[in-house]
Ligand binder design. Structure first.
Ligand SMILES: Nc1ncnc2c1ncn2[C@@H]1O[C@H](COP(=O)(O)OP(=O)(O)OP(=O)(O)O)[C@@H](O)[C@H]1O
Length: 565
């Protein structure tokens, strides 16, 4: 957005550039009034605002703080530079859109003070961060690494599910998944929170000040402990510096390439063609209507952001060189074993799915299947899923009004009815597979995938699904005697059984009941809502009949629903 005062992001980018006046090769293109003109290297824009900064291994120095003032920033990837100084405290008011923070292999210092409910990735390994992890509140984080820093103190329970490698090589982190904490380390965390003490520690000495602080924290009587800590700290710093200089060289030498690597899905890694999925055959990408522009090479080079991981695999938002944005699903090799079903049958099935075109069905634009690797390329829908809407409603962050509920359900019903009319079954109807397009219209995604999943996936899905939400409890009991997630009872009884249209109707009914009853009891009813709610609940109950043959067809469901539209 270029306003009278200039582009809103310009001044922050120029402040960052100013740290690198002599060594700004990588920022040489940062000239002119509009960072979103397309000529500024390392930036990705969305709706005229800077949404991504990709400057890994770019030889940059200075503070990262100005970049964190970009208010629409979603991804900050500045790994393998020489950035220094502290991170400012980050929270939802300063960085509401930030999802991926990739700061590894720099010289950043100071405490980690992050309260970002939507952050998905935090990579901060190989820096000089100090203090504890108490102020790291990132409930949605899926990738997390703070190893090789100066951190100390107990690992909070919210982070204890990550492996020990995420915390290794710090000054004194303790607690699950690392060994149990002992008292001295707690005191050390308090000391390390002090910037002066931490500076002393990182300079390789425990000064009088930090010793005084140690004394003040209640372990001063343990002279022995202090002395041994001082020795440990000195050894730690020596080893760490040695390791950092080695790994920095390694990091600098690994550049570009594939985005779909195993653990670090959005890390660019040194790759050769052998390692690239689908790279074996140049013609391995099958393209469907609307996907003619897709090129395998640009797909593999695309910068990718993790959208989420489900039972069937992981989904990425991929921004291709030419600006095409796609959602790429990498099927789990476990659930979709290459040898499990014949490649030809998979191809046949994908071609059927690729031919589906409807305004309430997410289009499959292409796929590639080679060497045991399967990537599916869909349109990327920018407005999240019904699941995220329900979560926001549940957290009280957003109210899903009655009109919006009806519109989402009606859109999904139309999409599903179309799929059934085409003679297929969806197989995995649930809120995370109902996405919202740019206009907010509901679109059904991932049609037919479950037909190819390995036996047992339905069971696994059930384990991952939530317990019965209170809204679905009838007289204190769960509906039908037990919560079954979204999958029809006949599928649960026979794991590996083929998806059917009747089972889709059941799942849709469960989604419908969940949406209709979401937020009920808040007292904020719209006019006519009560009566319509009852009508919709009746439809939901019909759909979720125990016996598949008693359930209505999707076309009938649609006809019943249209009375309320
Ligand atoms: N085409 C798309 N556009 C935008 N977001 C998408 C797209 N496809 C999937 N997503 C989002 O990506 C995330 C992960 O989706 P994914 O389908 O991999 O897992 P899931 O739906 O949770 O489980 P499952 O593997 O059972 O389908 C979800 O939040 C989903 O809403």
């Amino acid at each position: 957005l270029v306003t009278n005062g200039g582009h809103q992001d310009l001044s922050f980018l120029l402040s960052f550039k100013a740290y690198n006046p002599n060594n700004a090769k990588s920022l040489a293109t940062w000239v002119g009034p509009n960072p979103c003109s397309g000529s500024w290297a390392g930036l990705r824009c969305s709706r005229g605002r800077v949404a991504g900064v990709f400057l890994d291994n770019a030889g940059l120095a200075g503070s990262v703080a100005p970049l964190l003032r970009l208010t629409q920033l979603r991804v900050l990837a500045v790994r393998g530079n020489s950035l220094s100084g502290p991170l400012p405290p980050l929270d939802n008011s300063t960085n509401p859109t930030l999802r991926h923070l990739l700061l590894s292999h720099n010289d950043l210092t100071g405490p980690l003070n992050l309260s970002l409910p939507s952050l998905v990735t935090l990579k901060a390994e190989h820096n000089g961060f100090h203090g504890g992890l108490r102020a790291v509140r990132v409930p949605m984080v899926r990738r997390f690494n703070v190893s090789m820093n100066m951190l100390a103190g107990e690992i909070p329970g919210s982070l204890s599910g990550f492996p020990s490698s995420s915390f290794a090589g710090n000054l004194g982190l303790c607690g699950t998944p690392l060994p149990r904490c002992v008292h001295a380390f707690d005191a050390l965390e308090d000391v390390a929170q002090s910037p002066i003490a931490a500076a002393d520690i990182s300079n390789g000495r425990l000064s009088k000040f930090s010793l005084a602080a140690l004394l003040a924290t209640g372990i001063g009587n343990a002279v022995l402990i202090t002395a041994s800590l001082a020795i440990s700290v000195a050894m730690f710093i020596y080893m760490r510096r040695k390791l950092r200089s080695q790994t920095k060289d390694e990091a600098a030498s690994s550049r570009a390439g594939l985005c779909f690597e195993d653990e670090d899905k959005i890390i660019m890694r040194n790759t050769n063609d052998e390692e690239k999925p689908c790279a074996q055959k140049s013609g391995a990408l099958v393209r469907f209507e609307g996907g003619e522009e897709l090129r395998l090479e640009s797909l593999l080079k695309a910068s990718a952001e993790v959208l989420g991981k489900g039972v069937s695999g992981s989904t990425y938002k991929a921004v291709l060189e030419d600006g095409i944005v796609a959602a790429v699903k990498r099927l789990s090799a476990l659930q979709f074993p290459a040898g499990g079903r014949s490649g030809r049958a998979f191809d046949r099935h994908m071609r059927l799915v690729g031919a589906l075109r409807h305004r309430h069905v997410v289009s499959l634009r292409g796929y590639c299947s080679s060497n045991g690797e399967r990537l599916l390329v869909y349109d990327h829908l920018p407005n999240g899923s019904l699941q995220s809407l329900l979560q926001l409603q549940g957290n009280g962050e957003r109210r899903l009004g009655w009109a919006a509920k009806k519109s989402v359900l009606f859109g999904a019903a139309q999409g599903l009815s179309y799929i059934h009319t085409a003679g297929m079954a969806h197989g995995n109807v649930k809120p995370s597979n109902i996405l919202l397009d740019e206009r907010g219209a509901a679109c059904v995604s991932e049609c037919g995938l479950m037909s190819y999943a390995a036996a047992g996936i339905v069971q696994q899905q059930q384990q991952q699904q939530p317990r019965c939400p209170p809204e679905l409890m009838f007289n204190g009991r769960e509906r039908g005697g037990g919560w079954r997630g979204y999958a029809a009872p006949e599928l649960q009884a026979a794991p590996g059984a083929r998806a059917t249209q009747e089972a889709d109707v059941y799942s849709f009914g469960m989604v419908l009941l969940e949406v209709v009853t979401a937020g009920k009891g808040s007292g904020e009813e719209e006019e006519g809502e009560g009566e319509e709610t009852m009508g919709m609940v009746r439809i939901g109950v019909l759909c979720t009949a125990e016996a598949p043959e008693e359930r209505p067809r999707m076309a009938q469901v649609l006809a019943m629903m249209s009375e309320f539209m």
